[in-house]
Write a protein that binds this ligand. Sequence first.
Ligand SMILES: *Cc1c(COP(=O)(O)O)cnc(C)c1O
Length: 363
Amino acid sequence: MSKIEPQPGILDIQPYVGGKSHIDGVENIVKLSSNENPFGPSPAAQEAVKRSVHQLHRYPSTDHASLRQAIAEVHGLEARRIICGVGSDEILHLLCQAYAGPGDEVIHTEHGFAIYRIGALAAGATPVEVPERERVTCVDEILEACGPKTRLVFIANPNNPTGTMIGMAEIERLAAGLPDRALLVLDGAYAEYVEGYDGGAALVETRDNVVMTRTFSKLYGLGGLRIGWGYAPQEIIDVLNRIRGPFNLSQTALDAAEAAIRDTAYVEKCRVENARMRAWLSEALAEHGVPSDTSMANFVLARMGSAEEAEACDAYLQSEGLIVRRVAGYKLPNALRITVGDEPSCRRVAHAIGQFKAGARCP
Ligand SMILES: *Cc1c(COP(=O)(O)O)cnc(C)c1O
């Protein structure tokens, strides 16, 4: 037996499994399993990527000044309180690494995003799961679970995979009620989909215990390039920058993100189209007897009658070339998370679920 062992907690991590992207023997598939923008990135971002090939021998910017400035201008924020990471996943990991360790507790909700638990365990801290109420984040439950060991509280708003969100007054109550040493992390991966919602940016500016994270992977259609960012009190940004890799983001990624965030017309077009097809899809599912909560994001959580039915429906959809996401690992064994695709994809998936409900099974 080797004496070489990883740090405590590491072997408790179940490796993250991404959404499936192919089915053996099936062509012309539609991937609705990873909450990607069906229209891809803005043409301006694509142009920026092409231009960047001429500079690939150069090291990228280490301070991300140009991208931070663009984010600050578009969102009306202070550039010096922004940090950019390799997806928002990196920011979530940096927060765990910097603020939680052995003996500390990291709170996440029942159907919360998998990375919160992984990041906590990777830092040697103890993840604490808190119940939701009917698939909605519950501030009272979180406050009840808080104690002197609590260092981080993660909530995604809107949440993945439920699609539900809570109002700003509830978030403010949560931030105000946390113990002194605890930091609230508002994961805004889907904030852009909610019209008029700032993801909690204004709250970050008025409190010293709130951080917001955002991503270019969802509405901006740049999941393949890995870019996210965080907004936090200055002291926290300074802490995270001490452990961030100096060249964490490629210049290609930085340039693409800057072009994407400045193309506000494209963002607006994608948001409007998502809202239209999301309403259509949940309505179509309801007509087939499949309920879902009102989603504020770019996916719908379809609730089947049982775990068996969810599994059989998933198998049938795959036989029809449609990939959705099973979410049993998120304690939702009865449900299927379906990304809002373009109109033909939404029609295909709704039609196939209708056929399944009418008795069709995979061959
Ligand atoms: C997709 C997602 C993220 C972000 O992922 P990155 O690609 O690393 O930016 C973060 N939180 C939630 C809840 C997500 O669904």
